[in-house]
Design a protein around this ligand. Structure first.
Ligand SMILES: C[S@@+](CC[C@H](N)C(=O)[O-])C[C@H]1O[C@@H](n2cnc3c(N)ncnc32)[C@H](O)[C@@H]1O
Length: 290
């Protein structure tokens, strides 16, 4: 008889157990084995597990320590929920486990989670993409840790874009982070959010400028579980997305003619040329308007 076990890689979100998705809660509730890292995932997440589920803390285990559990799941047809912090797609060391599980003949599936960078944006009540200020978000980390950075991925190079950046895994080298960000061209007055243990009971969220980053991090003695958000979008006001502008039309909404004309004039003023034709009925000039 062949038994096929399955491993779910589940995003637990940034910390607060009620930031778990409904799917994550269901998968944990159905699992025979729940593997979690006590150092990274809040224990309340385990409240969803079955009373008879086998619970394994992986904080102290290398992948070789988890492998026997996956082998047993393959042999006995067990369902495993492997819980990762935030979203498993970001610095989760998930790929090597996906490869291992597939090699063992296990079915695998990933449940996305709320990443810490969006959780921190929510805590400070900011959108990371502000029209005409920042339309890209760079997710990266500082080089110099245990993991070498691939060529072309230095923070200083990314900083040249001047857009919003989320810096993971970098708090222990805050002086280097500040120097790289300034060296890449962000002005010293660029707003920064420093967030430690966001959404955990002991969370700390501090705003400062880039010029104050190192001093702020050191003053609070932060070196782990800390994320930096950097960029002008963190303080920008006064710009407006076209999405909810009365002059913007799309598949589900007609534009108000006067507002539409004002929008076109503003666009022409900015670009120096009018854009004939974009008002053709049925044409959606801005796609989803953002
Ligand atoms: C191994 S990475 C995992 C990232 C995770 N997969 C995510 O999507 O947020 C760990 C780093 O993520 C950031 N991080 C994760 N959770 C955090 C939280 N609750 N508060 C602040 N930073 C957090 C920190 O930069 C930390 O050093």
């Amino acid at each position: 008889m062949t038994t096929t076990g399955k491993v779910w890689f589940v995003g637990a979100g940034p910390g607060a157990a009620d930031l778990l998705t409904l799917r994550a809660a269901r998968v944990i509730a159905e699992a025979d084995v729940v593997i979690w890292a006590a150092s990274l995932v809040h224990a309340d997440v385990l409240a969803h597990a079955r009373p008879d589920a086998e619970i394994v803390d992986s904080s102290q285990l290398p992948i070789e320590g988890v492998r026997p559990l996956y082998e047993r799941a393959a042999a006995d047809g067990l369902t495993v929920a492997r819980i990762h912090s935030g979203d498993p797609a970001l610095w989760g060391a998930v790929q090597e486990q996906l490869d291992l599980c597939r090699a063992l003949g296990l079915a695998v599936e990933v449940v996305p989670g709320v990443s810490s960078f969006t959780a921190v944006a929510a805590l400070v009540g900011r959108e990371l993409t502000i029209p005409e200020v920042a339309q890209s978000v760079i997710l990266t980390r500082l080089e110099g840790g245990k993991t070498p950075m691939p060529p072309g991925e230095r923070v200083r190079e990314f900083a040249r874009h001047g857009t919003t950046m989320a810096l993971f895994l970098s708090a222990a080298r805050s002086g280097q982070a500040q120097a790289e960000l300034l060296g890449g061209g962000y002005p010293p007055e660029t707003p920064v959010v420093v967030a430690y243990q966001a959404t955990w009971p002991d969370e700390l969220v501090v705003r400062c400028t880039l010029g104050e980053l190192e001093a702020t991090v050191k003053a609070h003695k932060l070196w782990k579980h800390t994320l930096f958000l950097v960029g002008p979008a963190l303080a920008a006001t006064g710009t407006r997305s076209h999405l909810y502008h009365p002059g913007h039309f799309h598949t589900h909404r007609r534009a108000e003619p006067a507002a539409r004309a004002a929008l076109r004039r503003a666009r022409a003023d900015r670009s120096g040329v009018d854009q004939p034709g974009v008002d053709q009925p049925g044409v959606d000039p801005g796609g989803d308007g953002r």
